[in-house]
Design a protein. Structure first.
Length: 343
């Protein structure tokens, strides 16, 4: 494979650093515990994803191409990034919508390999055992495209999924057979396929005339994915389907209070470095979670709300360096970010 913009850098890599045979991975339980310190409310999904990845690493004869389904803000890509970081393997997160059929304007799927090489600092051995996370794969489904281009992109991914060797410019080869491939997508509307199936299975005089929309995507099958518009050949290469649940208000509160990735905690820590202690009402996290729940962005909306809360505070603190030691937040600051007191 001749990658774009990397030929000179690849040529500079004279020797491929090999992984030592004695190198060992953290235990599967240790990885799970570490990831769950960051990812809240997805315990079952996290365990299934980690198990599928470890199966791929340890059981070489059993391929594990993973599909993670879930709404925006449920933690799909963040879970995978945390797993990769804990495993200390290179990874790249790719937006499927940026990729096109070979010969068309846009990125070629082989660019994913290039990006993984960048992440691995051009260590071919490390890159060949890395992770490619392909997000928004649902946007390439046939019913979302209106033409065959999306399906063509999925079909072009098959050579990477199945495992093959790409020739590099320096004469070495890049083997994709040991890559961890994970697809992600919201698959908005797939619940309608599930409801049609449910309705078709209900017979007799008690057949309901109306089925309420589900707030969860439950029991998604390969058949559902094909009906959604993914090619059968592509779906057939998916070995594990994991579904992330929609986050509840309690989950969002726990993210703010307990997650190592809490945006609120980050503000607290950064302001503490500036000598300022933050105090706030006990119900503040609940109010933040309630406001975030009004959107469909899940945990992502927490950042928007918390950034708004600290906007004016940060401006005043940076305008008067060293002048304040305390900042008291009022419960109303969620809707009016002037409701605080610096002293």
């Amino acid at each position: 494979m001749t990658t774009k913009g990397t030929q000179k850098k690849v040529q500079k890599v004279s020797e491929v650093k090999k992984l030592k045979k004695g190198d060992s991975l953290p235990t599967i339980k240790a990885i799970e515990n570490n990831v769950l310190k960051c990812i809240i409310g997805q315990d079952e999904a996290v365990r299934r994803i980690i198990t599928a990845i470890y199966r791929s690493i340890y059981l070489k004869s059993i391929k594990s191409n993973i599909l993670v389904i879930g709404r925006s803000g449920t933690g799909k890509t963040e879970t995978l990034k945390q797993i990769a970081r804990n495993l200390k393997i290179p990874y790249t997160v790719e937006d499927a919508t940026k990729y096109t059929k070979e010969g068309y304007y846009g990125n070629d799927v082989t660019d994913m390999i290039e990006n993984l090489l960048f992440a691995a600092n051009f260590d071919l051995e490390k890159a060949s055992h890395g992770m490619i996370i392909i997000d928004k794969i649902d946007k390439k489904a046939g019913h979302n495209q209106g033409d065959v281009v999306g399906v063509a992109v999925l079909n072009s991914l098959l050579k990477i999924i199945e495992g093959c060797e790409f020739g590099m410019i320096d004469g070495s080869t890049f083997d994709t057979s040991n890559l961890i491939i994970v697809f992600c997508g919201a698959f908005s509307g797939i619940e309608r396929i599930k409801r049609r199936e449910t309705k078709a299975k209900v017979i007799g005089f008690n057949t309901p005339t109306h089925i309420e929309p589900s707030t969860e995507i439950l029991g998604c099958t390969k058949s559902d994915l094909v009906q959604y518009g993914l090619p059968e050949e592509f779906v057939g290469r998916i070995d594990t389907i994991v579904e992330m649940k929609a986050l509840s208000k309690d989950d969002l509160i726990k993210i703010l209070s307990s997650s190592k990735l809490s945006i609120f905690k980050k503000y607290q820590n950064e302001l503490k470095k500036l000598g300022i202690t933050i105090t706030y009402p006990r119900k503040l996290f609940e109010r933040i979670a309630e406001k975030a729940m009004k959107t469909s962005l899940g945990a992502r909306e927490l950042s928007n709300v918390v950034n708004y809360i600290f906007e004016e505070i940060l401006y005043n603190v940076l305008s008067h360096p060293g002048e304040y030691q305390k900042c008291k937040l009022d419960i109303g600051i969620v809707d009016d970010n002037m409701m605080y007191k610096l002293s």
